[in-house]
Design a protein around this ligand. Structure first.
Ligand code: TGC
Ligand code: FAD
Length: 392
């Protein structure tokens, strides 16, 4: 049974959006319907990133969409959020790719880079001519990136970088890596570096055997005496706060993206329940317990839409705190994962087959729950904000 996505709007959410916002959302939805949905199950089976979509996505302005100038689309944050929602309705791995390129590579260059660095990299990254990755996590430091071991040592007019990064999205396909390292000459203060991936001593190796985000490239990075010019230091980076500021951008996109994954699962489960008959020749949608699941999902999706929109409006007004982003990422990813599990249940045995998108979304969302700050780390960020007490 072919299931087409019809959008999910129980509470007239669309009336809260401007015409321009709806246009951006609908354009992205069509792009995903026409270009990603037909190939995503094959990509997922093969563990293949659909690289052929990079250029078309660049042309639609998805990369660095909220950046002013440098050829970027200059979308509002709400428009960008709606793009992320539609991308993740297709697949979390493709949304991840765009998140990394935009929020974790272009944003730090824009926010912390010199004018020369911006001119060199932003237009090329926007066009998809160059791809980027973001190296913060290390084998022994995930939730606690402040403990990182990667070091930069000044040597004349260069820095020498040494260290290992782990679980890096787009690592082996990147032309440029944003690498976070402690600078020995600055009392081990964390700074960001632009590292061209063809420099001697830089190696990226893919992590295989993932059950999740199979359409996304995930790699480990090794840096051994990698020399970069001093001009590759991102000059305005200053301690752990700088990479955490990048994470806010990406977490914001995930809060919207998760709504898209939940919508995909709910819509598929609803259509299936209306069509599948069990007992007395009645559709399973007529049973109370199935309706309870559908009612839970549509309620939670509606609340998550409102949370994402409010966070987006605050961001557009310059009033967003990182605790707000944590709440939206934590709630919406949890909600999406619960929707995926309930939807899988409604499909019975068919729920485990990749003829339907649900299991893929469910497996993807397990990573989304972990990366960009685990669910529990966001609990602690919110807890710290409301109590003033650090429980990390
Ligand atoms: P802590 O002492 O709390 O904070 C250090 C300074 O930073 C400030 N701060 C933030 N600033 C901006 N945005 C945030 N989100 C911030 N969180 C904290 C803080 O106020 C402080 O400022 P100041 O002026 O007092 O110095 O730092 P901590 O070492 O105790 O760590 C706090 C903690 C645990 C919340 C943080 O380390 C954390 O968020 N850990 C999670 C790590 C994480 O999310 N890693 C993600 C890696 S990238 C990734 O997963 C990409 S996935 C691909 C995709 O997106 O699709
Ligand atoms: P850990 O930090 O070891 O946590 C393990 C468990 O312990 C979790 O349940 C956690 O919540 C819990 N825990 C940890 N500390 C505490 C505490 N103080 N109190 C209570 N519970 C705690 N990183 C990048 O830098 N760049 C990327 O592009 C990137 N892409 C990724 C792509 C994928 C597919 C995945 C899976 C991860 C990616 N990551 C990336 C890494 C990701 O950010 C980390 O996995 C994440 O931050 C968690 O770190 P960890 O896996 O080391 O888990």
């Amino acid at each position: 049974m072919a299931i087409k996505f019809r959008g999910v709007d129980f509470i007239e959410f669309d009336t809260l959006l401007s015409g321009e916002e709806r246009l951006v959302r609908d354009t992205t939805r069509r792009f995903i319907e026409d270009n990603l949905i037909p190939i995503i199950e094959e990509c997922n089976r093969a563990g293949r990133f659909p690289r052929e979509l990079v250029k078309p996505m660049a042309e639609l302005g998805f990369f660095g969409a909220t950046i002013k100038g440098y050829g970027c689309a200059e979308m509002s944050n709400v428009e960008y959020g709606l793009v992320m929602q539609e991308l993740e309705r297709g697949d979390s791995g493709v949304r991840s790719f765009v998140s990394v390129q935009s929020a974790l590579v272009m944003y730090p260059i824009y926010a912390f880079g010199s004018e020369e660095q911006k001119q060199t990299w932003l237009p090329a990254l926007q066009k998809g001519d160059k791809l980027g990755c973001f190296g913060l996590t290390e084998p022994d430091f995930g939730s606690n990136p402040g403990g990182m071991r990667t070091r930069a040592r000044k040597s004349g007019n260069e820095y020498l970088l040494n260290g290992e990064k782990m679980w890096i999205t787009s690592g082996s396909i990147a032309d440029i890596a944003i690498v976070w390292a402690k600078v020995e000459e600055e009392e081990n203060r964390i700074r960001g570096f632009l590292v061209e991936t063809d420099r001697p001593g830089f190696r990226a190796e893919d992590i295989h055997g993932k059950w999740s985000l199979r359409a996304s490239v995930t790699s480990s990075l090794s840096l051994q005496e990698v020399r970069v010019p001093a001009a590759n230091l991102l000059p305005k980076t200053d301690a752990l706060k700088s990479p955490l500021m990048c994470l806010n951008q990406a977490r914001y996109g995930i809060a919207w993206g998760a709504v898209g994954a939940a919508m995909a699962c709910y819509d598929c489960a609803l259509q299936y329940a209306l069509f599948r008959k069990q007992f007395h020749d009645q559709p399973i949608a007529s049973h109370q317990l199935v309706q309870e699941k559908l009612a839970w999902m549509i309620s939670e999706i509606s609340k998550a839409q409102l949370l994402a929109l409010q966070v987006g409006r605050l961001k557009d007004q310059g009033k967003l705190g990182y605790q707000h982003v944590s709440m939206a990422k934590r709630n919406n990813v949890w909600m999406a994962l619960e929707c995926a599990r309930m939807s899988r249940d409604i499909l019975g045995a068919n729920g485990v087959a990749d003829e339907y998108p649900i299991f893929r979304h469910m497996a993807n969302l397990e990573s989304v729950k972990t990366y960009e700050g685990t669910h529990d780390i966001h609990t602690l960020i919110i807890g710290q904000n409301v109590t003033g007490m650090d429980a990390f």
